[in-house]
Design a protein around this ligand. Structure first.
Ligand code: GLU
Length: 265
């Protein structure tokens, strides 16, 4: 696969862009849109995979907690996706960037005809310097929010699938911690950040543990699954802290930040 050095997929999770009560963290979202717009202006073509629809919808509907019932989750996603895109459109617009929304389900990437349409749309958006913003189509599909047996069972895996589709050279996953640690930093104060991973093996998986917050779906394990898929296609995968999206500038300057999973050449 010939990867495009100019193409970068960035994945942001619910815990980075929402507050505890489900309201959008506008300061953080603005910070993210500003950094990504700056990277676009440097000549890169970005794709943003963004979660947050369910949490934002639940917050807007004033539900006491994140819904557990499937129908209610899908309703929350319908409400929240709109709000999310409204803000992305507005904030990216302030930095002079255009965005387009793509909502995907497993069938879209498994069916050859739909897959071709998806690839064509992604290419047309990127060639016109429009930032595609992608989420799972939660309101009518429930692979990600319910099941672990589908091609993408969470947005980490979705971001890896998208990176493969657009032949991106890099996938940058914004997390709520600084990267992959050798043990859980929330329970072990001596945990050390691993800056480079050449090979994802069982030992590494066991050490990674699960560090997900209760607002998102994925933890470190789903990020490692995503990294395994993307690196197998030659894509470099980075996990960095979503509170500091300007670290993407450092990545482009080839500085060491977060954890790099080296793409297999
Ligand atoms: N698609 C879900 C949402 O937008 C999130 C799934 C995930 O965090 O992996 O709320």
């Amino acid at each position: 696969m010939a990867l495009s050095k100019k193409r970068i997929v960035v994945k942001v999770g619910t815990s980075t862009i929402t507050n505890e009560n489900g309201d959008i963290n506008i300061r953080q979202l603005d910070h993210l849109c500003r950094a990504l717009s700056a990277v676009e202006n440097m000549g890169y073509d970005l794709v943003l995979v963004s979660s947050g629809a369910i949490a934002v919808g639940a917050g807007k509907m004033r539900l006491a907690q994140k819904p557990k019932d499937l129908g209610l989750k899908q309703a929350a996603a319908a409400v929240g996706q709109l709000e999310l895109m409204h803000l992305y459109d507005k904030l990216f617009g302030e930095y002079g960037r255009l965005v387009g929304q793509i909502l995907l389900s497993n069938e879209d990437v498994q069916n050859p005809e739909r897959r071709e349409n998806l690839t064509n749309t992604l290419n047309a958006l990127l060639e016109n310097h429009i930032i595609p913003i992608i989420n799972e189509n939660d309101s009518i599909s429930h692979a990600e929010i319910e099941s672990d047996k589908k091609l993408f069972s969470d947005n980490d895996m979705l971001s890896a699938v998208v990176a493969v589709f657009c032949e991106a050279a890099k996938l940058i996953i914004l997390s709520d911690i600084d990267g992959l640690y050798d043990s859980n930093p929330k329970t072990n104060p001596d945990a050390k950040l691993i800056s480079r991973v050449e090979n994802i093996d069982e030992e590494l998986r066991n050490r990674a543990g699960d560090s997900g917050s209760n607002r998102g779906t994925g933890g470190m394990i789903t990020k490692m699954d995503a990294a395994e898929l993307a690196t197998s296609k030659g894509i470099d995968v980075l996990i960095i802290n979503g509170q500091r999206p300007e670290q993407i500038y450092d990545i482009l300057d080839k500085k060491i930040v977060g954890t790099l999973f080296v793409g297999k050449k």
